[in-house]
Each structure stands twice: as C-alpha cells, then as structure tokens.
Design a protein. Structure first.
Lengths: 273, 264
C-alpha cells in the first residue's frame, strides 16, 4: 500500500525532469559551445564579461528591479497596513480588487499602458487638463514607462504578503505597547515593523526576482531605451541567431536569479522565529 | 476623522493606479479612431471588425484548447503527486516538493528557451507536444499549491477509520479523499488554465510557425501596428476571466480563498 502510493509521485517528477531540469543542462552545454561547433569553449562567457555594453546592461537590469521593488514596497506597505488595521468590512473588497488584475493577460496590461501613456493619449490629456504640463510628457518608450509598467504588474503581490504578516499581528500587542508608555512611532518601529518583516522579505523575493527576467514590459514600453538582459537574450534567439551566446547570457541571468534568492533568503532568516 | 478619510483616499488612489490603464483600454475599444486617439467618438466598429478577423479568433481558440489540456494534465499530475508525497520520507518529500516548485522561481524566458534548445539538441521540429509540455511545467506549481493546502487539512483519522471499517483502499479514496479534495482540484485546474491561457513567453519560444495563441497575436500586433480590435478582444477576455473567477469563487468558497491567500 505504502509503496503503491510512492509511485504516484513519479509522473510529476518525470515531467519536471524531462521538461525543466534536462533542458537547463542542455542550455548549459550550449553555452560552452562556439558557433562554428568546435569543442568546448569559454568564449561566450568571456565575450559577456569583456564588453562594457553587457556589464552596463546587467547593472541596469539590477537597478530596474531594485527601483521596482523599493517603490512597490513604499506603495504597498501603507496600503497593507491600512487594510489590516483600519479597514473592517472593506478589506475583503480591496483584496479582491488587488487580485483581479492577476487574472488579466500580461500583454493586455502592458498594451493598456501603451495606450494610456502614448503621445497625446489619456495621460497627457489628464496632465494638460490639470495644467501641470503643456503638450506631451513623452513618457512612452522611456525607462520610466518600463518601471511604471513593472510596478503595476508586481506591487499587488507585495501588498498581499505584507498584509498577511500584519493580519497575524495581535492587536493586544499594540495595546500593551502603548499602555507601557511607548509612543506611536516607537510602537511602529519596535513592534509592528519587526513583526511584519517576514512578509516584507517574501514580498521583496516575489517582486525583485521575477523582475530580473522580464523582457515583455521593457521591450514594449521602453522601446530602444528599455533594453535589459531579457531583451538581449530574446534578440539573440529571434534576431541574431547567436544561440550559444544567448544560452550563456541566459545562464548568467539564472545565476543572478539564484544568487538574489539566496541573499534575500538569508535576509529573511534573520526575522524568522 | 481626517485620518480615516486620508487612509481611504490612499486606498482609492492605489486602486485607481491599478485600474486606470485597464479601463482606458476597454473604453478605447469603443472609440472610432484607429490610433486610440482622442477625442472619444463612440463606435462598435472594432467589435464588428473583430468578428470578421479569422486570425485573431482562431488564435483565441488555440489558446483556449491549449489551456484546457494544460489544466487537465496539471490537475492529474498535481493530485497524484500530492497524494503520493505523503508516504515519502520527510526528507525525500521536501526534496521532491522543491523540485516540483522550481519552475515558479525560474524566469519563464529561461524555461522557454532552454526547452527550445533541447528541441534543437534532439534534432526535432517545434511541435504542439512541446508547447503543451512547457505550459504544464510552468502551471503545475500553482495547481500543487492549491492541492497541498487542501490535502493537509484533511483529518487522516477519517481515512484510517474508513479502512478499519472494512472499506478497501479504492473505496476509501472514492468516498473520503476524492470528495474532500474535489474543490481544490477544480480550483487548481482553473488556476493552471489561467496561467496557460495568459502565458506568452513559453508559447513565444516553442510555438511552431503558422500556429499562434492570443498572447502571441497581441504581441505581434503591438509590434507591427496595433488596431483597436486588440482592445475589443482584450475586453472580452477580461469579461470572461472575471465571470469564470466569480463562478469558481462561488462554487469553491473557502478552498478558493486558500488559493488566493496561500499562493505566491
């Protein structure tokens, strides 16, 4: 009976092995081949590390992810706090409103920003009507547009993880803190903030890490100004046909993902218990 | 009082940020202008043109079938895995679970192109089998999350009782386990359906030429000059997604909440 049951895990594991793990190893093998197919080589990697273009791009990708994460955190924390501690019946409605966009197509969302931000589009009209600017903001096809689009896609995750941490926070702790004479600020920095850190760390994880690998938002909203590692990999496969070099960059991106996960995990362990 | 209004205003502003572009997209679907330009003049022209657009409609149909297949396979694999994993040793269980969850943390861009390289490595042409396999791999973790949450909440005493009262393993599964996990199976299937239906990167890398899905069509029309037909079909999709979400939410009630709360 018990052995019977163990067999049931096999189909899933087999699918994962064949279509996720094996391909990654094949990709690794490709990254060590040269385009004319003679033996193993490190040339793809040395090409990446010797050209400032690619290093700048790596830096820019990380900065983009960092900005998206920080701004998402700044928007999300107060919202999660208000939801957890001040909205009573409304909080479920707000939660549903935050989740609904997850069920809209990623490309549809990006496309909606394209229409919203285009020259002479709704955003420009709004700004003109408010008298803030005259003419166009020229936001589309800039790095700012990319970052706005990514924040729009990712900040709800941050709200949800922080909200879940704050929701668990016992209100009597807050009362105890103020009874013992702590000011509101002290209560926040000494009680609320530390207790919500696991949620913040999870939020950072699920915003920062996927941001590193995006290529759709940078391409569509950033145009030539949006180039990041993801779009360079896409170009290698669809425009330039430098598959081996593309595989090498993809592997470096994977390494960045894994390293940042490990770093964020370590950060999170400090707040465990 | 002022503080409370301030807070509500903040919530309202963030919700506005989240929805304004989507609403603009929907409204522009009813705008006469081809370039989504203002001023707004009401017209159902783009919906009429959409109904004549065979490419877009067949792409939507492809996406739908692909997502159905993905959803069904994911439910089967995830159910088998979660039921089986319980009898593994603690250590093996943890290891297997992290393997199954792995595609969640790897960018889809990398998943897609590593599969593309594998197809080239074994010297085959791109085909629909690999597309479906790719979609299954990336959707599976989400189905797993839902099922795991549900299976952990079943009292093991129930199954033991059924077995000790003389029911065989199959009857126990059919009468006790299956009814308990059925809502989670539907919710997990729905979630993987949605992930697959919306997925662009995997299809982009693996689709054989000549066949496309809706996200691929949307991307190529953004690239090569868009028309508000995209707005029209996006509006319809958003409508259908919301309707499905509402229906599943109503049927599933609690177990669906655990999906939304428990997923990453």
């Amino acid at each position: 009976m018990k052995n019977n049951k163990k067999v049931m895990t096999l189909p899933g594991m087999a699918v994962l092995f064949l279509f996720a793990i094996l391909p990654l190893f094949i990709m690794l093998a490709y990254s060590f081949q040269s385009d004319n197919g003679t033996g193993l080589t490190l040339e793809n990697y040395s090409r990446f590390f010797t050209k400032t273009f690619y290093l700048t791009l790596t830096f820019r990708t990380i900065v983009n992810s960092f900005l998206v994460t920080v701004i998402s955190l700044v928007i999300a924390y107060p919202l999660a706090y208000i939801m957890a501690k001040h909205l009573k019946g409304l909080k479920n409605i707000v939660m549903v409103l935050l989740i609904i966009p997850f069920f809209t197509n990623q490309l549809v969302r990006v496309y909606s920003w394209l229409i919203f931000l285009q020259d002479g589009g709704v955003f420009d009209r709004m700004m003109n009507a408010l008298g803030l600017i005259d003419g166009t903001m020229g936001l589309l096809y800039t790095r700012t547009a990319v970052i706005i689009g990514l924040i729009h896609a990712f900040f709800p995750y941050m709200v949800i993880t922080i909200y879940m941490a704050l929701e668990r926070l016992d209100n009597t702790l807050l009362e105890a803190s103020s009874c013992l004479g702590a000011s509101k600020l002290t209560t926040f920095t000494r009680v609320v903030l530390p207790m919500s850190m696991p949620g913040v760390v999870t939020g950072i994880m699920i915003v920062f890490v996927p941001c590193l690998g995006t290529f759709v938002e940078p391409r569509i909203l950033g145009g030539v100004n949006g180039t990041v590692i993801g779009t360079v990999i896409e170009d290698q496969f669809f425009e330039i046909y430098g598959w081996n070099f593309g595989a090498a960059i993809a592997f470096l991106l994977l390494a960045m993902v894994l390293i940042s996960m490990a770093v964020i995990n370590r950060l999170g362990r400090r707040y465990d218990s | 009082m002022i503080k409370s209004i301030g807070m509500k205003l903040y919530v309202l502003l963030t919700i506005l940020f989240l929805y304004t572009p989507i609403v603009v997209l929907m409204v522009m679907g009813f705008n006469e202008s081809r370039y989504n330009s203002l001023p707004f003049r009401f017209s159902t022209r783009w919906y009429e043109e959409l109904s004549q657009n065979a490419t877009l409609l067949s792409a939507a149909e492809n996406s739908f079938y692909l997502a159905i297949v993905t959803g069904i396979i994911c439910v089967i694999l995830a159910t088998l895995f979660t039921l089986g994993a319980e009898s593994l040793s603690k250590r093996a269980e943890g290891l297997c679970r992290s393997v199954m969850m792995m595609p969640m943390s790897i960018p889809w861009l990398i998943m897609g192109l590593s599969m593309l390289l594998m197809i080239r490595f074994i010297d085959m042409d791109k085909n629909l089998f690999f597309v479906a396999a790719g979609h299954v791999v990336i959707s599976l973790p989400y189905a797993m999350l839902v099922l795991q949450a549900r299976i952990h909440s079943i009292d093991p005493a129930l199954e033991e009782m059924s077995l000790s009262l003389g029911a065989d393993a199959w009857t126990t599964f059919r009468k006790i386990t299956l009814p308990a996990i059925a809502p989670a199976m539907v919710a997990g299937g729905f979630l993987s359906f949605m992930i697959s239906f919306d997925n662009f990167p995997i299809s982009y890398f693996l689709m054989p030429s000549g066949i496309s899905t809706l996200p691929i069509e949307i991307q190529s029309s953004i690239k090569f000059g868009f028309t508000p037909e995209i707005n029209a079909i996006s509006t319809i999709i958003i409508g259908i997604s919301l309707a499905c979400l509402a229906i599943v939410g109503l049927i599933m009630g609690r177990s669906f909440k655990s999906v939304l709360g428990g997923g990453k």
